[in-house]
Design a binder for this molecule. Structure first.
Ligand code: F3S
Length: 395
């Protein structure tokens, strides 16, 4: 691989052991992927920082980087952690868990990260078209590439961490214009009044399950995506079921081709198979412990929608727990909302915190991504649309 003089110096250890080791890893990954050189990245988003997920091994790695004077060389944001940094007492967590999660965040902050602790960094600091970034978190990667036209590969948690230290990533795959072309044509012929048409996450999950990898060019789906929230649910579902990092959606993606490219394999989204995906993710529950919303994190619009429903209808009959960026809920009285059966958490999410510790085993969600991960963690999950959930909870 071609390396600049500066990169060679880093590899020789002139800039400290952490930068040396981080660049060694980035170069190795690049060689495996067939990159001919590295490229500078403008910002990074690091996932895999919940103590619940990374455990002691992850904590040790981060502490070691920090102790050896590791620092980020570009702006860095963080994905959700394993608890709300202010309301963790309400989450019924052990002292050890809390202490270790705080150590993870403290090291990353000291290395220069901004603790946004959200999986929707694109709503807070969106990258620009063509900007090279190093993002972990599949929903954010898909949104950055497919909606904003930024350039990132699907960087796993540790790789984004090392790329953030050296400010570089392998120049390969979705970072390169010529590799951002569709590899499969997906046509969505679902009826608009179909039972599942209000579950955009399920449609995305289903497409991801069918094609698994590559770059889909998708037509016929925008009628199921009424707003940006639907689009986020759709992309999160797709990123969960497959290794897809870029979807070219007709009518949405700036890089989507104008017409259907010739000679592409064609896949039709079929209602029978969609039902099978639904049955994989959802069971009918007789009783539920809570409704959990915010996978990906809610924006101001959805949160306001819930608060306005409370203003109109009063207390929810069900326990509702929502996850969203702190900057959005800052202006609301969370104590007051609790009286209406609405619990708000920041810094974390339903998948990377410990819902069982909060007395929850059976949940209703509107997100296929959440349904997939919570089911695999042993929760009983029912998938329902956002609108249906609000109707159900308040009548
Ligand atoms: Fe975000 Fe957690 Fe879902 S990180 S996309 S809310 S699994």
């Amino acid at each position: 691989m071609y390396l600049t003089k500066e990169e060679e110096k880093i590899l020789e250890g002139y800039e400290g052991i952490v930068r040396q080791r981080a660049l060694e890893i980035v170069v190795k990954v690049g060689e495996v992927l067939g990159a001919k050189r590295l490229i500078e990245v403008a910002k990074a988003h690091i996932s895999g920082i919940s103590y619940k997920n990374i455990g002691d091994a992850g904590l040790e790695l981060i502490e070691e980087l920090f102790t050896n004077r590791g620092a980020f060389s570009i702006p860095v944001s963080l994905n959700p952690a394993g608890m709300d940094l202010k309301l963790w007492k309400l989450m019924n967590l052990s002292k050890t868990y809390v202490e270790k999660q705080l150590r993870i965040i403290s090291c990353l902050k000291s290395m220069g990260a901004r603790p946004l602790l959200t999986c929707v960094p694109y709503l807070i600091e969106p990258p620009s078209f063509g900007e090279q970034i190093a993002w972990g978190e599949s929903n954010a990667i898909l949104y950055a590439n497919s909606v904003l036209g930024a350039r990132t590969n699907r960087e796993g948690g540790p790789l984004a961490l090392f790329e953030a230290i050296v400010g570089r990533a392998p120049y390969v795959d979705l970072r390169v214009n010529e590799f951002r072309k569709p590899t499969v044509y997906v046509i969505c012929k679902l009826r608009k009044n179909l039972k599942f048409s209000r579950l955009p996450g399920l449609i995305g999950f289903h497409i991801g399950s069918v094609i698994k990898s590559g770059i889909p060019y998708i037509r016929g789906v925008t009628k199921f995506l009424r707003d940006d929230y639907d689009l986020r649910l759709f992309l999160a579902g797709m990123g969960t079921a497959g290794g897809i990092g870029l979807a070219l959606i007709n009518g949405i993606s700036p890089e989507a081709p104008k017409g259907v490219p010739k000679d592409l394999e064609k896949v039709e989204v079929d209602e029978v198979e969609l039902r099978e995906s639904y049955e994989r993710l959802s069971i009918d529950l007789e009783s539920v412990d809570a409704i959990t919303l915010g996978c990906p994190h809610l924006s101001n619009k959805e949160f306001r929608n819930i608060v306005d429903t409370i203003k109109l209808k009063g207390k929810s009959h069900k326990r509702i727990i929502v996850f969203l960026p702190r900057s959005i809920s800052n202006s609301f009285s969370l104590v007051k909302l609790r009286k209406y059966n609405l619990e708000v958490y920041n810094d974390t999410c339903m998948v990377v915190c410990d819902l069982k510790a909060m007395g929850i085993e059976r949940v209703v969600v509107d997100s296929a991504k959440a349904a997939y991960y919570l089911s695999s963690q042993g929760y009983d999950v029912q998938l329902m649309s956002f609108d249906d959930i609000l109707r159900w909870a308040f009548t």
